[in-house]
Design a protein around this ligand. Structure first.
Ligand SMILES: C[S@@+](CC[C@H](N)C(=O)[O-])C[C@H]1O[C@@H](n2cnc3c(N)ncnc32)[C@H](O)[C@@H]1O
Length: 222
């Protein structure tokens, strides 16, 4: 059965209620993507991709890009913005919209298979993990690990909101939640942490580089 959040996301897209959508390429993507050291033609996966302009940026660098997004409205808009007329094909429970190096699967991330991600070398995650309810995040990381090829890297961008009584200096390191979620399957490196303050609200943008481990660490071998 579909998660209740699915209907909310789809309704948001239908009503154009998409405050997370940026009208520019994410500056931390442009700044830190080169640190992955990938060949320009390496295939990249963008989970929970919306109609992000980051997809076109990655594609312009030369990467074949695969994505997954629940909302058909978003997928349609993504191809329209790129001026592309995609073909559609059934892929298990999903529909894959495809055109010249761009494969966007429409449907639930958890229905994606290892076959769909064959050849992927890196993942770009901006507001994908954090879009999911907390009780689904461990399943998200486990599924990602299960379907990604070996030797994959991830560039993960997160935003942490600070409470009024929290000191920024105490929160500039790796987040405990991120470390706990990924430690079993990936090695984790914090590349960047940057404090923002808008209208008295403080948040910290972080960029992480993750490398998929060949053998997941078992709790008894850690
Ligand atoms: C916070 S938005 C981020 C979108 C994009 N990464 C960006 O930076 O603009 C999360 C997106 O994930 C989609 N989504 C939520 N749950 C999903 C799921 N289980 N499978 C696929 N897409 C999902 C939503 O429709 C929404 O477009």
């Amino acid at each position: 059965m579909a998660h209740p959040d699915h209907a909310l996301w789809k309704a948001g897209w239908r009503a154009n209620r998409i405050p997370f959508h940026l009208t520019h390429v994410h500056p931390l993507l442009e700044r830190f993507w080169p640190q992955l050291g990938l060949p320009a033609t390496a295939p990249v996966f963008v989970p929970l991709c919306g109609k992000s302009l980051d997809i076109a940026w990655l594609h312009e660098q030369g990467h074949p890009v695969s994505g997954i997004e629940l909302s058909e409205v978003a997928v349609k808009a993504l191809f329209e913005a790129a001026g592309r007329a995609p073909q559609r094909r059934a892929a298990g429970e999903l529909t894959c919209w495809t055109q010249a190096g761009l494969d966007i699967y429409c449907g639930d991330f958890f229905a994606l298979t290892a076959e769909d991600l064959r050849g992927i070398r890196a993942v770009y995650d901006r507001a994908a993990l954090t879009a999911l309810p907390e009780n689904l995040r461990a399943d998200y990381v486990a599924h990602l690990h299960a379907i990604l090829p070996a030797d994959c890297q991830i560039l993960l961008l997160t935003v942490e909101d600070l409470d009024a009584d929290e000191a920024a200096a105490d929160n500039m390191q790796q987040s405990a939640e991120i470390a706990a979620l990924y430690a079993l399957y990936f090695s984790l490196e914090l590349l960047h942490a940057e404090l923002h303050e808008t209208d008295g609200e403080r948040s910290i943008d972080k960029a992480y580089r993750l490398q998929r481990s060949h053998h997941p660490t078992t709790p008894w071998s850690a």
